[in-house]
Design a protein around this ligand. Structure first.
Ligand code: GDP
Ligand code: ZN
Length: 308
């Protein structure tokens, strides 16, 4: 039977079949997937083959895994050569940001976008807490909207508190698997509870019982939306680390730089002080936003790994 992984808790996985039946599944024996050295062979979002072990107990064995369209991973803290796959088969990332209480920096946004590009996942940027924005914040918003939409990233504003701008964003989730992330305090939990009221009730129960708030776990988890679509929550993942991007590759993930890369005089151009650099020329000619180029320089600086 085919099923999708909704949750992974180390040794056990929650797998859901197309008909909506849920199984506690585990892997039997050694399970190897070619091509990646991963600490977890099966991840949230994976499409797997399962064999029912005990129908009454809803237990099953995972016997196979379909090739992933994409995945996001982080480097294992213990071993830099090993990856931990956080989630797979993602259609889009929703980067939740705010312009006040607290303010998301543009550097943070760019790091997230680069990381998502490096995993081949499109991004949408949503600024929450529009209800607290004053004139200044709206001016910043309009500027960011111009910058990011001209590059190719849709930008929205919403207020969960006032239920404003949400319907348009909800439409984006139709028939898609959307990964939610953002730094602490942007309203991610509030948004997920708003979208899936049933989940909010569950959380309330759990919090009441344990005395702790929601999302004490650091595991990714997939949820079905009450309308068509699935979201992946990533508690504990406040930012994508930029893993496995070397300095020479970075400009490929600033997607507006792509048209210029082939034209630089040196094919290993890092777009710093090299003569005949078309990226720098494009920045001077305002074809590439200066803010983005500054982010590029900052990220480049933070990548110590250099293959030259
Ligand atoms: P998370 O850390 O991203 O999960 O953030 P939470 O969902 O815990 O929200 C952080 C705080 O922001 C809470 O106090 C929420 O009530 C508040 N918040 C969430 N959405 C909005 C909004 O649209 N407007 C305002 N003013 N506050 C919000
Ligand atoms: Zn260059």
């Amino acid at each position: 039977m085919q099923a999708r992984i909704y949750k992974s808790t180390g040794n056990w996985y929650i797998a859901k079949t197309d008909s909506g039946e849920t199984f506690n599944a585990r892997i039997k024996g050694i399970f190897k997937i070619d091509g990646i050295t991963s600490t977890n062979p099966v991840a949230v979002g994976d499409i797997v083959k399962i064999e029912v072990e005990n129908e009454a107990e809803h237990s099953a064995i995972i016997t196979g895994i379909e090739e992933r369209n994409n995945y996001i991973a982080r480097t294992s803290p213990r071993n830099k050569n090993q990856h931990h796959i956080i989630a797979s088969n993602i259609h889009q990332c929703l980067l939740l940001a705010t312009l006040k209480e607290p303010k998301t920096s543009q550097g943070f946004i760019d790091r997230c976008l680069v990381s998502a590009e490096s995993f081949h996942i499109p991004s949408i940027i949503v600024f929450n807490k529009a209800d607290v924005y004053g004139q200044k914040e709206w001016a910043v918003f309009e500027n960011l909207k111009i910058i990011y939409e001209s590059i190719g990233y849709p930008v929205y504003s919403m207020s969960i508190k006032n239920n404003e701008g949400i319907d348009e964003i909800k439409n984006l989730f139709n028939n898609k698997i959307t990964l939610f992330y953002g730094h602490s305090g942007v309203g991610k939990s509030t948004f997920i509870n708003f979208l899936i009221p049933q989940l909010a009730l569950q959380t309330k129960k759990v919090s009441g019982w344990s005395g702790k708030g929601m999302h004490t776990t650091t595991f990714a988890e997939m949820h079905d939306l009450p309308f068509n679509g699935k979201i992946i929550d990533t508690p504990g993942l406040r930012e994508f680390a930029i893993t496995n991007v070397d300095r020479s590759e970075l400009s490929h993930y600033f997607i507006e730089m792509k048209p210029f890369l082939q034209k630089c005089r040196f094919n290993n151009c890092l777009h710093l002080e090299e003569p005949g650099c078309e990226v720098k020329k494009a920045v001077e000619e305002k074809k590439i936003f200066l803010e983005r180029y500054i982010s590029y320089l900052n990220i480049l600086d933070s990548i110590t790994k250099n293959y030259y």
